[in-house]
Design a protein around this ligand. Structure first.
Ligand code: DX5
Ligand code: ZN
Length: 221
């Protein structure tokens, strides 16, 4: 049976009090850090020096989601910062296989992200190069958007292809994950769930994590 992981996104946290905000999610499986450069997406968040510092104080491993251009140059530096997992967007990479290998060689799990309208089929032959496939369930750039049900068939096809390949690849979904949508995403085959507003918008982020995890796990049967 798949293990259900909840990775809260600090995009919805208080950026002035990050250390305290991290302490509120110490029961999470990892913390999802959204790096945006105002080129790949129309928003700007934080960069390598801040992520390096977050990694030093976080009670849980870091899961970086790089929504940046020129990712072939930048992503390896995030792996060098000791992050557990580094995810790049395939639309921003010139050489995704080379990049995935570089991330693994530097000790990070290699994640590859697809925007909602990017098909998974062209990349099925490279599943063995990846530890995680991130299927975006909103257009990347902002927290608080609604889950796109149109991505569910892609999650299903990706899970079937992973099972067929025998590769050990997690499927992460990111965007609009709530107590309601997590069941649909888990049914379709996702097993790592990023939640920003559903966790940090709750009175108790730690309780929101437990509740989301229970819902996701239930869907796995
Ligand atoms: C959006 C980011 C997400 C975002 C999710 O581009 O990649 O990680 O924080 O936020 P919610 O859970 O509020 O949709
Ligand atoms: Zn993200």
């Amino acid at each position: 049976m798949l293990k259900c992981c909840i990775n809260p996104s600090i995009l919805s946290a208080d950026f002035v009090n990050l250390e305290a905000e991290l302490a509120r999610i110490s029961n999470a499986d990892a913390v999802h850090v959204d790096v945006m450069d105002n080129h790949f997406v129309p928003n700007l968040t934080l960069g390598l020096p801040v992520v390096e510092r977050i990694a030093q104080v976080s009670p849980v491993p870091l899961d970086a989601h790089l929504m940046i251009a020129d990712v072939d140059r930048w992503a390896p530096l995030y792996a060098d910062a000791g992050l557990a997992s580094v995810t790049f967007h395939v639309e921003a990479s010139q050489a995704p296989i080379k990049l995935a290998r570089e991330l693994r060689a530097r000790g990070a799990k290699a994640g590859m992200a697809l925007r909602p309208a990017t098909p998974v089929e062209p990349y099925l032959d490279m599943l063995t190069e990846l530890d995680m496939l991130l299927i975006m369930t909103v257009e990347p750039g902002f927290g608080g958007q609604s889950f796109l049900d149109v991505t569910l068939p892609k999650i299903r096809r990706a899970r079937a292809a992973i099972q067929g390949s025998g590769a050990n690849v997690a499927i992460q979904v990111d965007g609009g994950i709530t107590e309601e949508t997590i069941t649909r995403a888990a049914d379709a085959g996702a097993n790592i769930f990023v939640a920003g507003s559903a966790v940090y918008g709750a009175p108790s982020p730690a309780e929101a994590i437990e509740s989301l995890r229970a819902k996701g796990q239930l869907a796995f049967g």
